[in-house]
Design a binder for this molecule. Structure first.
Ligand code: 5GP
Length: 207
């Protein structure tokens, strides 16, 4: 299949509490050609979460079977639960010309890069550590011990921003969604991705 018809693969990572899921949910509503990939997880569903919608919820054994079968493009253990992106799901969408966004942690992003899969990686930072802590405490039912683990992980993850192609600071929802749209538009316009369209246009110059 030509590079013109394949969709693009985007990765969005951020320390937890930076607001990446809300950003991407808004983004996919605005951009009809962009789909959020549905991950597999061994974590139990939270109130209001639906199997096959928010995640594919599986048992730890089922998850391990998928790992052994090489089903994952990437997977990671995050806060004691397994999360992974099925290679087949992503490939099917991208092959059909759909752009796909993976909302995954920094370990998963490293694996996609290591596999040499063509992608664009975007890191979302909160405006400050204080803002992140306030957001996390505001929405969480975690114990203080769990909260300290999340905050320590967030601090460690934030310093991974330098491994990514783009960094956006999530100060306000709407302007940040616009910046993400601009990144996607810029990536679609890269010369190597526009080559077959450009060549068609150039042909029309020749008569
Ligand atoms: P939560 O349990 O709050 O939904 O997600 C916890 C963390 O797991 C978040 O940082 C989220 O980005 C990450 N995550 C969700 N799905 C995947 C996945 O498929 N792969 C990886 N590596 N991380 C994921």
């Amino acid at each position: 299949m030509s590079s013109r018809t394949r969709g693009l693969l985007f990765i969005v990572s951020a320390p937890s509490g930076a607001g990446k899921t809300t950003l991407v949910e808004h983004l996919v509503q605005i951009l009809p050609n962009l789909r959020m990939s549905r991950s597999y997880t061994s974590r139990p569903a939270r109130d209001g979460e639906r199997d096959g919608v928010d995640y594919n919820f599986v048992s730890r054994d089922e998850f391990q079977d998928m790992v052994r079968a090489g089903a994952f493009l990437e997977w990671a253990d995050v806060f004691g639960h397994c999360y992974g992106t099925a290679a087949e799901d992503t490939e099917r969408l991208v092959a059909a010309g759909q752009d796909v966004v993976l909302v995954i942690d920094v370990q998963g992003a490293r694996q996609v890069k290591a596999h040499g899969v063509d992608h664009t990686a975007i890191f979302v930072l909160p405006p400050s550590y204080e803002v992140l802590e306030r957001r996390l405490r505001g929405r969480s039912k975690d114990s203080e011990e769990q909260m300290q683990t999340r905050l320590a992980t967030a601090r460690a993850e934030a310093s991974s921003y330098d491994d990514y192609d783009y960094v956006v600071v999530n100060d306000q929802l709407e302007p940040t969604v616009v910046r993400l749209q601009e990144i996607i538009a810029a990536e679609r316009s890269r010369t190597h991705r526009m080559r077959s369209i450009a060549e068609e246009i150039i042909k029309s110059f020749r008569h």
